[in-house]
Design a protein around this ligand. Sequence first.
Ligand SMILES: Nc1ncnc2c1ncn2[C@@H]1O[C@H](COP(=O)(O)OP(=O)(O)OP(=O)(O)O)[C@@H](O)[C@H]1O
Ligand SMILES: [Mg+2]
Length: 281
Amino acid sequence: MTSPTDCIVFKDAAIKRGDRLIWQHGSFAIPTGSVTAIVGTNGTGKTTMMKAELGLLPLACGSLTVLGKPAGEMNRRIGYVPQSYVANVDSNLTAEQSVLLGLTGTRFGIHLVSKAERAKALEAMEFTGIADKARYRLSELSGGLRQRVAIAQALVSDPKLLMLDEPLANLDLASQRATVHVLARLNKELGMTIQVVAHDLNMLLPVLTGAVYLLDGHPHYADMRQVLDSDLLTHLYGTQVQVVTTPQGDMFVTPTADEPADQPHDMHTIEEVARMHRHAR
Ligand SMILES: Nc1ncnc2c1ncn2[C@@H]1O[C@H](COP(=O)(O)OP(=O)(O)OP(=O)(O)O)[C@@H](O)[C@H]1O
Ligand SMILES: [Mg+2]
């Protein structure tokens, strides 16, 4: 059932790249105001999913609506930080110039920046804690600071939905924490719906409300309680994973101690795997 409170709705969606089916039977809804992870091993189609949500890749079948319209139509209300953006970005720009691109990037020709636009960029940089770096060139900033510039650029146009593809990759622990803190504030204070591709859920656990997991060529959505299941995660990652609840109630996804090299990666029976697949229709 589609509800007006849903931000992203997949209905029997499938996607191909070239001739290859990447995933299919995607039927789920991501609620407005949620913070959702997209999880799955390398090459399962997480980036592909974000591109489909932006209307950059067509579906092979089914439908996909984002912010109430077919994918692609509401992109002005979406902030997107692509995978490896931080490494690939043009490093001659200053932090401020690069954040301003989030406001002016879609316009052609020479563009004079208005006072209001500059104020907006400053506000976004203050939010991500880099206002004092406004005049630095990106080449002078560390990866963690560039990541904050990228997030500031994505949020400067007041998006309703913020999508980040592996924003924590290559960041040290403190920078990962800082990024998660920014995401938490955007969600709580500004009510942004957030979607983030991540391989390690631990850091995001305090803010996540749910996850889309790509399992055996099918995307599924589940709230965090369902996702944090050792059997499911072990199957999902193709390696032993344990969920531990500490006395404080925190849950951690941890690898189990040394896995023998000759151990088959996935030890689930077909019946168990079938039980894990709950195809909501
Ligand atoms: N431009 C392309 N043309 C054809 N196939 C592609 C293209 N880009 C990616 N693919 C294929 O689509 C599949 C999904 O790729 P995608 O980048 O979405 O994976 P991912 O889950 O984001 O992986 P990673 O964790 O490595 O970022 C992969 O098998 C990949 O080889
Ligand atoms: Mg990817």
